[in-house]
Design a protein around this ligand. Sequence first.
Ligand code: NAP
Length: 262
Amino acid sequence: MTDRVQLRSRTVLITGGTSGIGRELARQLLERGNTVIVTGRDAARLAETKAALPGVHTIVSDVADAAAISALHDEVVARFPALDVLINNAGIMRNLNLNQERSLEDVSREIDTNLTGPVRMVQKFLPHLKAQKESLLVNVSSGLAFIPMPISPVYCATKAAMHSFTQSLRVQLEGTSVRVIELAPPGVETPLFRGEFAEEMGSQKGMDVAVLGRHALAGIASGKLEIRPGLANVLKVMSRLAPSLVFKQLAKVKQAKPAQLP
Ligand SMILES: NC(=O)c1ccc[n+]([C@@H]2O[C@H](COP(=O)([O-])OP(=O)(O)OC[C@H]3O[C@@H](n4cnc5c(N)ncnc54)[C@H](OP(=O)(O)O)[C@@H]3O)[C@@H](O)[C@H]2O)c1
């Protein structure tokens, strides 16, 4: 089968490419013969990623920092003028108990990284992407965009917002050279999924990250605009058919122990 959307010989920028889904997408995109640049906040993790993925380019950049996004843009368009794919992947997810006392800066951290970050990335990189012949803009949301899981209240709100933002962006970019894609993963075995949720998830297995990567790239190549592998699609369908039933199930995932304050 020939690809509808070409995913070879492109220049791809992935935010948060030192771990999990971002790193796997980088690996598979390199395998397909693309130029790949990944970001992250930690220079040591970027160095480790560069050692593991020969050919990858790395840049330290915090997506929650507006000045860092401007600097990233200027560096990337200068060094990689052929940039034509942006994957807004960087994200954090916390087990967050709103009954606990918490600083105002801390309580909204997911918003800064998962929502404000991608919105600013889009704003900054859009002129460059529009100037290319055929660009792709991929926003990574979540199956939890469709029905929230209450132990991660702010995270789920950011993902629902990303779903909404992506829909509007797609309409606003109609007639331009930019194709707007949403990747809504289900639970995937990554440090984010296991980290703070090890006890809550117990023996539940998430999707293998390599499988998720293959679904994502096959979905993009076949021309899908909303890619919902595995349980993410079930959540979307159930959000229409039986939203209260599924919400009740997700609400049963309780905190094993109260999250530590930072
Ligand atoms: N795993 C799942 O079950 C799942 C399900 C649905 C959706 N997703 C979404 O998929 C995306 C990737 O998640 P993952 O599971 O792969 O997580 P992960 O393994 O924790 O990787 C997250 C990546 O983002 C980077 N990052 C975090 N904050 C950043 C910031 N402020 N600026 C730049 N980079 C930052 C991390 O590097 P540093 O910490 O070194 O900066 C790391 O490279 C997220 O948007 C997540 O919400 C994941």
